[in-house]
Ligand binder design. Structure first.
Ligand code: ARG
Length: 461
């Protein structure tokens, strides 16, 4: 700092890096910089009133089990970290916390792969028998919740693979011949999703059934039909409900169509470039019920558009349910009072005793947002990925799983709730009479009596 020319205010300006800064400005700059440092300093005090909850790693079920690196964490670690850095990275990259959901698909895939390896003379009969015995035991351990999932073994494949080696030794090591986790995860996810699609289609059938039954009961129940939310022309409640049955029919067809592309075998692609072993992919496809074989190994290990396509179809299912939910909420409001929902599908308010809130339809409408979000998440996950497999793909699981769970639960809630919908036919009828809803019919009547439609329209208006 060099003293610069006199300042008219404080008579003591400063020259900093060739620029004159007046002392007042300099003081302000120093004050701001100091504040900034203290605001972002790692030493800044914690808010003393926030409760400190246990760190996530302590609450996760995995850390309770033996063999977890977190369990053996040295107490010498600074109180600022709840685990050593390497363990944190391990947990960050591991997927076993959620992909263990694919365990049975993984076992089925391994059984088919092992049988094929034997039929192609790549492994012996004894090895195959050992592998089958080991996998059978693992399946039982998982079913009985006795399987020890270890986060340090990263994912469902390594967990099962390592246990198999523990149980049957060298045969277990031979199972991975001509295979990689990259084609294995693609196979597992497809096998699992295929089953879930069938499950979802079953629930769509249930919902359609409920809609048709309710529609039949109200085939002659007059209600106002709306355009622009204004009473337009009378329709029947049955007619209205069947509009939704049509939407779900298209959803059903979309899911079936997507299923064809889900049901294609990636196994045999290995890491990305195929394998030099004389494997027989047709045999594996046949054993696992795949209707086609992925032709290009680079595509097969990296493609997730089967999952994206499913999520798009699922987002449409939710969108349709959400429209219906919106109508139920409207009809239930005392302004309309067209319907009543069974008590178990409404809740009271904790403060307003008179309230009957349509929580289930409202939640379904809300959950539509998260399913649409999962679709966008998967599209975004994919858009920047070069060929072939990238670890990014591990992030497809949770959105996919949550999409399936949300759609299944919501379809179930609606197919169980709809049969209990009670209709106030009189209220609907009264509303249908509002707003000159038969004006079009009157105009049509005049046309049939020989008046030109434009003139009839004018006369009625
Ligand atoms: N957990 C991985 C996933 O979900 C499995 C494949 C891992 N492959 C690999 N080369 N790291 O995608």
């Amino acid at each position: 700092l060099r003293v610069g020319p006199k300042c008219g205010v404080c008579f003591g300006g400063r020259l900093v890096n060739g620029t004159t800064i007046h002392c007042a400005a300099l003081r302000a700059a120093i004050r701001i910089a100091t504040q900034r440092i203290s605001r972002f300093s790692v030493n800044r005090p914690l808010h003393s009133h926030s409760p400190v909850y246990p760190p996530r790693s302590i609450m996760s079920e995995q850390s309770a089990k033996a063999g977890d690196p977190l369990a053996s964490k040295s107490t010498a670690w600074s109180g600022r970290f709840d685990e050593p850095v390497a363990d944190f990275v391990l947990r960050y990259t591991a997927s076993v916390g959620f992909d263990r959901r694919l365990a049975f698909a993984d076992i089925d895939g391994s059984l088919a792969h092992a049988a094929m390896l034997h039929e192609c003379d790549i492994i012996g009969a004894i090895d195959l028998a050992d592998i089958e015995r080991g996998l059978r035991q693992i399946r039982e351990e998982i079913e009985r919740d006795q399987f020890e999932w270890r986060v340090e073994l990263e994912d469902v494949h390594v967990n099962i693979g390592r246990r198999l080696i523990e149980l049957v030794g060298d045969a277990g090591k031979r199972l991975h011949t001509g295979r990689s986790r990259n084609d294995q995860i693609a196979t597992d996810t497809r096998l699992w999703l295929r089953g879930e699609i069938d499950h979802i289609v079953g629930w769509i059938d249930g919902l359609q059934h409920a809609l048709v039954e309710l529609a039949e009961r109200h085939a002659a129940t007059v209600m106002p039909g709306f355009t622009h939310m204004q009473v337009a022309q009378p329709v029947t409640f049955g007619h209205h409900l069947l509009a939704y049955a049509e939407m779900f029919e298209r959803d059903r067809a979309r899911l079936f169509d997507a299923r064809k592309r889900v049901n294609s075998l990636p196994l045999g692609s290995a890491a990305l470039a195929g394998t030099t072993y004389p494997i027989n992919r047709g045999l594996v496809a046949q054993k696992l019920g795949f209707e086609s074989i992925a032709e290009n190994s680079l595509d097969a290990v990296s493609d997730r558009d089967f999952a994206i396509e499913f999520c798009a179809a699922a987002a449409l299912v939710m969108t349709h349910i959400s429209r219906l939910a919106e109508e139920l909420v409207t009809w239930l409001s005392p302004r309309y009072a067209f319907i009543r929902l069974p008590d178990r599908y409404t809740t009271g308010s904790s403060i307003m005793p008179q309230k009957r809130n349509p929580d289930v339809p409202e939640l379904a409408r809300g959950k539509t947002g998260r399913v649409t979000g999962h679709l966008v998440a998967l599209l975004t996950l994919m858009k920047g990925q070069p060929l072939a497999y990238n670890k990014d793909n591990q992030e497809d699981k949770e959105p996919l799983f949550d999409t399936v769970d949300t759609v299944v639960d919501t379809l179930r809630a609606f197919s169980e709730m709809l049969p209990g919908v009670e209709v106030d036919a009189e209220a609907m009828h009264r509303a249908a009479e509002e707003g000159y809803s038969t004006a079009t019919d009157l105009a049509d009547y005049l046309v049939k009596k020989g008046v030109a439609f434009r003139d009839a329209h004018e006369a009625v208006a």
